[in-house]
Design a protein around this ligand. Sequence first.
Ligand SMILES: [Zn+2]
Length: 264
Amino acid sequence: MMGPAHSLSGAAAWLGVGAAAAATGYGMPWPVLLTGALICAGAALAPDLDHKAATISRAFGPLSRWICEIVDKLSYAVYKGTRKPGDPRRSGGHRTLTHTWLWAALIGGGTSALALAGDRWAVLAILFVHLVLAIEGLLWRATRGASADVLVWLLAATSSWILAGVLDQPGHGSNWLFTAPGQEYLWLGLPVVLGALVHDIGDALTVSGCPILWPIPVGRKRWYPLGPPKFMRFRAGSWVELRVLMPAFMILGGVGGAAALNVI
Ligand SMILES: [Zn+2]
């Protein structure tokens, strides 16, 4: 899928988790619901860091282009090093290492560890990176062009500062789910894991599938391209994505958010 559909699916997924959490007695205070949805919308773009035309690779100027090159090379090396006889030869790293459950778990765990070990600046950095991505993803057409980058960064920085201030107030959820002293913001890893997994599932629905299960082998392949039966798949950016899936994500997200806040 393309950036906007990935972002929307990420936000909708977190709002769905919010509804499930409310139903099981772990209801999210609204700042957690909102911040989590934005982080998840941003995290749902992150696996494409292995592709230089992707939103995330352009979102932070030369820095993200440089990281993208490293990630692409690393992914390609891991692919070559772990491929079984049934895996095809390929020329780049796109849709390999960063599109697996293991990568999702690692960056989610890393985010939680950073939030736990770091101070307020670590939380602000996590918020900033994901808000830039969420804005780029959700405001697709409005953020084209390099001149908009600085505005997006400023908007994300201000929003991160405000959100962190709101979350820090008592009862606003800095310690949601993990309530012991010192576990504030441990939950920040959850929308990051969820966003990456939702991205992988979205890519699995497209023609080429997604090797989510790596390194668990399936038959003669270790990079088995998981996906539904061929007739249910579509091309990235096709009308199915724009006219069917994106409106569906919006409706599901709206219903999920309303249920999470006990409005319905
Ligand atoms: Zn992808």
